[in-house]
Design a protein around this ligand. Structure first.
Ligand SMILES: [Zn+2]
Length: 274
């Protein structure tokens, strides 16, 4: 089962998140039919999205992240909401990322969304995310995210993320840095112990106390026929009927869940009658 533990450690000066996203990544592989390299790239980003979504406060909060490689050969897009519903897609992931940008849009549902961006340092999702937090949000963050895929099967995916809260003492910074050494090969640790095992082994004093939360992120798209209707209706009846005349139907594809929505002439006429 996918899991996200969140708690505060070291005199409540460091926020800790522990993620297990193996099933979430497997679902992405199954939906998109991904090769292993693409799966590792998208899986890392989905895990990052699960973390970011877990940090949202508002009921209507949502976050999306897009990575574009410098030469335009690869794109990864993921998003998540406050309910832990995570989704994403990847194009050209087999090419890897050779530089490029990471763009993050965080919407708390009330004010204007926060948009941050940074240059990609490398192919590694965790490194890039760390860079993003340092540059764009100015929060010192240690990120270990790993995904292991073999021939279409996700063997393990997850991560450990620590953020220093304002005013963290030197001593607790050092503690956090030392603790992160346990997660240099985080995917191996997730595979061996799972998120619960990581908590029990490394942070046992934080288990089963009020300040520690557990949630269950999952791969879930929020598209629906009703939503797609809302997307096509502004095109107008004439435009839609023209498309149907040319192509037989109006077809909309959701990249996130690989679902095709098809609207025939009678579907469209009914839409505008209601
Ligand atoms: Zn969808």
């Amino acid at each position: 089962m996918n899991k996200l533990y969140k708690t505060l450690i070291y005199d409540n000066e460091v926020s800790l998140s522990v993620l297990e996203t193996t099933e979430l990544v497997q679902k992405a592989i199954d939906i998109h039919g991904l090769d292993d390299k693409s799966a590792e790239l998208l899986g890392g980003m989905l895990t990052a999205a699960a973390y970011m979504a877990g940090c949202l406060k508002s009921e209507r909060g949502a976050v999306s992240m897009t990575v574009k490689s410098g030469d335009g050969s690869a794109t990864v897009s993921v998003s998540g909401d406050v309910n832990g519903h995570i989704r994403g897609y990847v194009d050209g992931g087999e090419n890897g990322l050779k530089g490029g940008t990471l763009t993050v849009v965080k919407d708390d549902g009330f004010f204007r969304p926060f948009v941050g961006a940074c240059e990609l340092k490398c192919n590694d999702v965790a490194e890039n995310l760390m860079q993003y937090f340092h540059i764009s949000e100015q929060i010192p963050t240690a990120v270990a995210i790993g995904v292991k895929v073999c021939r279409g099967k996700c063997l393990a995916a997850g991560g450990v993320i620590m953020q220093l809260l304002p005013g963290t003492s030197e001593e607790n910074m050092d503690k956090a840095e030392i603790a992160m050494q346990n997660f240099v090969k985080v995917v191996e640790v997730v595979q061996e112990k799972g998120a619960e095992g990581i908590m029990n082994t490394f942070f046992p004093e934080r288990m089963n106390i009020a300040g520690t939360s557990i949630s269950f992120p999952e791969y879930k798209c929020n598209c629906s026929r009703k939503k797609i209707e809302g997307v096509i209706m502004p095109l107008g009846l004439n435009e839609l009927l023209n498309t149907i005349k040319e192509q037989g139907s109006v077809n909309v594809h959701c990249h996130y869940c690989n679902t095709d929505y098809r609207f025939t002439e009678s579907d469209v006429l009914k839409l505008f009658k209601d």
